[in-house]
Design a protein around this ligand. Sequence first.
Ligand code: DCP
Ligand code: MG
Length: 439
Amino acid sequence: MAGETLPGTEPDDRSDSIVLHVDMDCFYAACERLREPELVGEPLVVGMGYEPGEGHGAVATASYEARAFGVESAQPISQALDRLPRLEDIDPDDDPEQAGYYRPVDIDFYKEVAADVKAILRECADVIREVSIDEAYLDVTDRTAWDFAPSGDRTLAEGYARYVKQRIEREVGVTASIGVAPNMSTAKVASDFDKPDGLTVVRPGEVREFLAPISVHDVHGVGPVTARELGELGIETAGDLADADASELESRFGSRGRELHERAKGMDDREVTPTGRPKSLSRESAFTEPTTEMEDKQEVVRALARDVADRARSRGAMYRTIGIKVIVPPFESNTRARSLPGPVDDPDLVESVAFDLLEEFAETRVRKLGVRVSNLSFAETDQSSLDGWDAATEWSDSDEMDQQSNAGDTEPNSERGQTDDTTASRSKRRGQSSLVEFD
Ligand code: DCP
Ligand code: MG
């Protein structure tokens, strides 16, 4: 049942994770409407390779009003014009309600709008995976919970997603549809479920029921060929696929068959991993039961520090900031960090600085701890091997802290000095920690 356990109380159990999939509504068209508000509510087509007055190119996107005329992404503009003529092309006697607006793609402008949206998303989540210009996954497990809000039948997670959605609309002026679920593939299906301007929440325990009526076409990993083959077996929906015999699927589709079977059942233990080159390296671990024992905390921090320092060394990364994250039940996240005068590669220092920072939480009951090194710099000679490095692989091994440097996390420290500190004991005497309170 949803709401009975707190998220993350089992070290390797992500079934109570809270994943948001955010997908902007008719994104290019929404951007055009920002700078031409008179297009709001009108059928609007944005064409790639399209030029005003011409008939070539392909539809990049269409507003929902234009979709009602049968215009859709990837259609040739000529076909779109048959279904929805340009306003300037129709006869004076024709109904202007049956015509629409066409604009060419202006990708630079859309990227600016997307950057504003992504900046909000980064503020709202510890880990964000950007998938495309208008789409991202957020892991918000440490920001909210599956528990019900005191006032009624909505979960805290739903309230949090609503807050993210409202911020995007209020601060950028475009709408997003959001899916909230315990894993990535279900969140993705959920964000598409009630477009545009949708918010669909699938609580743990409801995943299979939610997915059951969905067409196999919409199951993650099913392409048109697989969908046709599944159709031949009488498997039309995710529910049919979930009920199918796993070994039969495996003999027909190989190991992918088993994977598809699991996805259809809503099983997906992929972790949300950040995209791009890392700004930090981190690792977290949750206690099975929250603890106040300092020895337990130190043991965990020692292992985490060692792991993070080893990974930094193997990547040729030097760090200038060392930090910890302390999650206090139920989901209060505290981070402390200390900046050094220059970049180092010093595993002992990671451990001792992390221990120093932990002192403040000696009496605190904690459920999760993390260690992070940030302000990374890479040796020149290693640049080529690091370029093209797939961060997803690097970050997939366990619970990771956020990769995005949180501005407030490091800057105040650098301001405050430790300019000549090279050892943790000196750091302890003189050091100050920054405080980042996540909302
Ligand atoms: N895009 C494109 N060509 C395609 C599909 C999409 O150029 N064949 C561009 C235009 C879209 C943007 O990518 O605005 C995002 O793609 P989506 O699939 O998310 O589509 P939309 O955001 O436009 O619509 P929806 O509301 O369905 O998400
Ligand atoms: Mg979209």
